[in-house]
Write a new protein. Structure first.
Length: 522
């Protein structure tokens, strides 16, 4: 199939750009079904993040702005940037009308049906931002049918269902800003893309992981000519726009002399290497390697110096410092150096080829490096990889294959966030339905392996993907027989390690594809 064959026919496109937002009957039906399904989850399990955001509603409504980042009434203190605090402030106004007890600072752990319904509804409504951004992608004249399907699939992504609509957060809203920023890049509106990203950074600072790709791309593609000459006007306009956004966000706290306090809330460096249960990254593999080596040393009675603090540290799955028993301990500075060095590898390539396709892939890889090698990475951060990766997954079968491996291992790694069997069963069924909807893309893009190494690789990858069936059976049945024992944490550890293997494979795949792409197009 040629590239022209993939493009939609004129009859398939809106006749007027002003109606890009119009929905077809099937799209309306899907939206209604998705909304109804999410509403049915109102009474589902919810994590401590639910009380976190209720408390932030109370803080921003009941206290003056000067106390927002000082209040310690609850252990769940405000630790998001000012734009998100303002977002909570705006939502607190209708919350007070629904139930004034929601916005009382001392009303800790308030869980009346009114607050449950309000906060669950707020996630559904604010997720419209993601829907609007994805709709722009699906209406782009250059979008292929595969790109439209993948973009639309993000609105129904199992990760958002788990994290936002069950566990409870507002990632759909914030990823809507990210996707819209990427869409602006797709349309060649580089300044708007940078402005939306600067706004996003002031909603949630975790997106700093992606900032290096934006910096390099905007500097090279917007502030410089193709030949490399500086465009002073563009540079000044971009710099002033970004500075203005940060001044609007941080300015009040700078004037009050509270910037150090705000930064101490945003960047608590006292946390350990691993989150509660290990995110599926390089440190999960190193952690289990340390456990294995400890057993080898003990069994063989080798004369190896052990760190006695690390003998029990990394086997419990608790939030805190991770101390290794055999391998050298990892310091925050190590993770920083590794992350910067690997990101630089991709950023150099982005500088050489600052196209839209190169930008989105480099953006994904910056997120990937931070997820794989960052300090105290939460498993939920995998969305920083899966969302932009979805937008380039249709480039080729190799890209789609990478997307499948990253998605399966990434989504499965989120399942332990659901603590009750009912929600876990629903999410498993939902994920399977979501995956089945993408099978036609696999059929359209599939390329039969033509060499022995690629045949072997495909067989190994298929075996790995099939292994999730056995992993699901194990994590379902094993806890029944080990509840209350020292092995209770084993299913979480195995889940983390098995998913980490998939993430390593997907990361290496995408890295190779990107470096090869740049080499071919340079």
């Amino acid at each position: 199939m040629s590239e022209n064959d993939k493009l939609p026919q004129p009859s398939q496109l809106p006749s007027d750009k002003s109606i890009w937002w119009s929905l077809s009957r099937s799209e309306i039906d899907l939206l209604v079904i998705a909304t109804a399904f999410k509403a049915l989850l109102f009474s589902a399990y919810r994590s401590t993040d639910f009380e976190v955001h209720r408390n932030w509603l109370a803080i921003t409504y009941s206290l003056p702005i000067s106390q927002w980042y000082y209040d310690t009434t609850s252990e769940w203190t405000l630790d998001y940037p000012p734009f998100f605090a303002l977002f909570e402030k705006i939502m607190s106004i209708p919350a007070a009308l629904v139930d004034e007890n929601i916005v009382k600072v001392n009303n800790l752990n308030y869980d009346a049906w009114s607050v449950i319904a309000f906060q669950r509804t707020s996630v559904i409504l604010t997720e419209v931002a993601l829907g609007v951004a994805l709709l722009r992608f699906t209406r782009a004249p250059s979008a292929t049918s595969q790109q439209r399907t993948l973009a639309a699939s993000l609105f129904f992504h199992p990760g958002f269902l788990i994290i936002d609509h069950v566990h409870f957060q507002y990632n759909g809203f914030m990823f809507g800003l990210l996707v819209y920023s990427i869409f602006m890049a797709h349309e060649g509106r580089k300044l708007a893309s940078g402005v939306f990203f600067a706004i996003l950074l002031n909603f949630k600072h975790i997106y700093m992981y992606l900032a290096p790709a934006y910096f390099v791309w905007l500097l090279r593609a917007y502030c410089m000519t193709p030949s490399g000459a500086i465009q002073p006007k563009n540079f000044v306009v971009l710099a002033n726009a970004v500075i203005a956004i940060f001044l609007v966000s941080l300015g009040p706290f700078i004037l009050m002399g509270q910037l150090p306090q705000l930064l101490s809330r945003l960047f608590p460096f006292t946390r350990g290497l691993n989150h509660a249960y290990w995110a599926p990254n390089a440190w999960a593999l190193l952690t289990v390697a340390d456990r294995v080596l400890l057993q080898v040393v003990r069994s063989a009675k080798l004369s190896v110096s052990l760190n006695h603090m690390g003998v029990a540290s990394t086997s419990r799955g608790l939030v805190g410092d991770t101390v290794f028993a055999v391998v050298p301990n990892i310091k925050p500075s190590y993770t920083f150096v590794i992350t910067v060095a690997l990101q630089a590898l991709f950023l150099i390539k982005l500088w050489r080829l600052p196209s839209y396709r190169s930008f989105v892939t480099a953006l994904t890889l910056c997120g990937y490096v931070s997820f794989m090698f960052g300090w105290h990475v939460h498993e939920k951060a995998i969305l920083l990889v899966l969302v932009p990766l979805s937008l380039v997954a249709s480039e080729s079968y190799a890209h789609f294959r990478t997307f499948v491996i990253a998605s399966v291992s990434g989504i499965f790694s989120l399942f332990p966030l659901l603590f009750t069997p009912t929600e876990a069963g629903v999410e498993l069924l939902y994920t399977l339905m979501w995956g089945v909807a993408l099978i036609p893309i696999h059929r359209q893009l599939y390329q039969f392996p033509t060499s022995a190494p690629t045949v072997i690789l495909e067989v190994v990858e298929n075996a790995y993907l099939a292994g999730f069936i056995f992993l699901q059976v194990f994590v379902t049945l094993f806890p029944i027989f080990t509840r209350g024992t020292s092995l209770e944490f084993l299913p979480l550890m195995i889940t983390s390690v098995y998913c980490a293997l998939g993430q390593v494979l997907a990361f290496l795949r995408l890295s190779a594809l990107y470096l090869q792409q740049v080499a071919e197009q340079a």
